[in-house]
Design a protein around this ligand. Sequence first.
Ligand code: FES
Length: 111
Amino acid sequence: MTRVRFVSADGGRIQEIEAPAGERLLDIGQLHGQPLEGTCEGQMACSTCHVIVAPEDFARLPRASEEEEDLLDLAAHVTRTSRLSCQIWLTDDLETLTVRIPGGAHNMQGR
Ligand code: FES
């Protein structure tokens, strides 16, 4: 199990979710109403699934592929610890994972 923590773009809201290994971060976020569009459904063609990973967690994730890096270059509000959530799979080694929604993402729940 991984304890995933989603932080809203303004830092004001935190949602904690327990998710099993093998799940994809994008799917977990969408399932719980996080504003991750994921328009291309993980085909690495959109970058609307962009999240900003907490630095301490970023270092523990497998490195991004070159394809992912290229796509992130095109995303808005990119930081040094940005990743595409469709490319992050939870593992048993990953006990916690904190990610922030980039600024400018709109909330699909309209709140
Ligand atoms: Fe399109 Fe991740 S869902 S790049």
